[in-house]
Design a protein around this ligand. Sequence first.
Ligand SMILES: [Zn+2]
Length: 449
Amino acid sequence: MTDQTTQPTRETTMKNARAALFAAIAAMSPIGAHAELTDVEKQIVAIVDANADEALTFLGEAVSINSGTMNHDGVKAVGDLFGQAFRDIGLQTEWIDQREKTDRAGHLIARQAGDRGNRVLLIGHLDTVFPKDSDFQSFSIEGDRAIGPGVSDMKGGDVVVLFALKALREAGVLDGAAIEVVFTGDEEKTGKPISEARNALIEAAGRADVALNFEGGERGAAVTGRRGSSSWILKTSGERRHSSGVFSEWVGAGAAFEMARILNEFYEELSDEEYLTFNPGVVVAGTDVKYDEAQNRGASSGKTNVVAQTAIVHGDLRFITEEQKQKARARMRKIVDKHLPKTGAEIEFVDSYPAMTPNDANAKLLGVLSEVSVDLGGEALAANDPGRRGAADISFAAPISGASLDGLGVYGSGAHGPNEDMEIPSLALATRRAAILIYRLTREDAQAF
Ligand SMILES: [Zn+2]
């Protein structure tokens, strides 16, 4: 808002009154009438609903195969299951093996060439956070909930993609559409180097006008922005001397105080910027310090009467734009460079996930999805608060594809925990939405992204 005060004119007051009236009428309208769907769209919805039991059975099969990220055979087996299903509906598939390059199973790609409307990229992941020896392995149904590892994060979303395309195929409207599906095998624990691990996804995004990710959904909202994440490692050094001389000219402050100074200044100077967060997750300090970055594990020893020689802090940094990330890093470097007496410090930043920055194209795409939702008799959809979402694979596609959205998957709770579940009706709901959205985006006369 600007500080300019404007009196509402008669015209805008009238407009507001009219808008309020329309909103009131919309609120009174019966829902579930499919009032705004075309005949073809009604047919697509009918097919999704007719296939709903089959979709749930397929999800049960997928969930019953353990695919913890490091269970490479399991991830590949889930990829094979979906691969066969995509071939059954006429898509071509490819397995991008990653075992040699990043020590991960690989990614499933399914595609169909076409030139009608927008080119659409559909993203999912095959892996879960539950390792092969986890206690949580099986799929079960209790009332209207399905329970199992990865049921909502995100094998449910993968099934939404498959059965949305299947409905479009069965309705005879998929031919001619440019569709590419990328299901990664290492979303929960991404292989390194990232450039190798996400190469296939980034290339696919380069061919797409619209990227849609099917991570768990939320009522009344979709994701137009997610923060990016990165990490930093701070090492400070001090004079290893008798503690009786600490603070003196010749001994100085020591590594531990230097580390404390820096962390405190980070907090004081940067902690209230919107969407920017940074967290020192692991801290080790002392005379003898060992730290394993890959395992996030450290050990230290020292004596109370010896000034600490080394301190290491490993933390993360989350941001909503590339610019915010760069600015924060510059400010952090400046703080690091000041130094207490007789100490040294250096900080190193490592990129991980880029930000999916909210922009006009994503907002416009959300508008299209929201209209689909309303036309299906559901609610209008708003943009999710980007501060509440972690990083995800959509972030790699978002900076490249024309427009992107996330949170198109099923509704569930307890993701990553031993009671992860999915609301069963949300599987068909998300599939109907996805099918109609993809259909509208790939029509000859679709709004271009
Ligand atoms: Zn996920």
